[in-house]
Design a protein around this ligand. Structure first.
Ligand code: T46
Length: 170
């Protein structure tokens, strides 16, 4: 693991992690946070209220548990389309609905959890070795991603069976 990656378990609730709130419909088959999916969670970022408009800021290594090496965003996603459907071997990410909404289905090879993202001051932290699929994009939605590494195709696992075998150690 990258030395700069902070163990998310070390972050306290005061460090902006609140798993309730925007977390809709937990579908983990075990019904609890006892799987690798428990490392993935909703994070709340600072929100500066102003009658002239709100402001949110995110500092790498402070508000999220890694230094930001890359940012990218998905936009103009046609209705009914899905994105993702792969896992990353070492990449840590935070997904934010900067506009509109979409669902993120996370899968650790055994359990699945669905998140609905629709607030620009909240992010979904995804640790390595989690299969993800993004779907149900609303019209005009924008998904911004903060990532711990620059783009590397070798970091992807795009075959679900290969992912599952690796995730389950088979
Ligand atoms: C994830 C979801 C939310 C680049 O050249 N540089 C980049 O930084 C990225 C992310 C992609 N690309 C190229 C690689 C492919 O030819 O853009 C094409 C589509 O990339 P990808 O298949 O990764 O796109 P998504 O939307 O399925 O997935 C991306 C992220 O890869 C993924 O980690 O969680 O967005």
């Amino acid at each position: 693991m990258n030395d700069r990656i902070k163990d998310v378990q070390l972050l306290t609730p005061n460090e902006l992690i609140r798993p309730e709130g925007l977390l809709h419909g937990v579908h983990g088959m075990s019904g609890g946070y006892t799987t690798p999916l428990s490392n993935c969670r909703i994070m709340y970022f600072p929100k500066i209220h102003d009658p002239a408009g709100n402001l949110t800021f995110i500092e790498g290594g402070n508000h999220i548990p890694f230094d930001i090496a890359r940012t990218y965003y998905l936009y103009d996603v046609p209705g009914g389309s899905s994105r993702g459907s792969h896992a990353h071997k070492g990449l840590h990410q935070v997904l934010i609905a900067m506009s509109g909404s979409f669902d993120v289905v996370l899968d650790d090879g055994t359990h699945q959890t669905r998140y609905h993202l629709n607030r620009s001051y909240c992010g979904l932290y995804i640790c390595p070795m989690i299969w993800r699929r993004l779907e149900n994009f609303s019209s005009g939605s924008v998904c911004m991603v903060l990532a711990s590494q620059t783009y590397d195709e070798a970091d992807y696992i795009r075959d679900y069976d290969e992912f599952r075998q690796a995730a389950l150690g088979k």
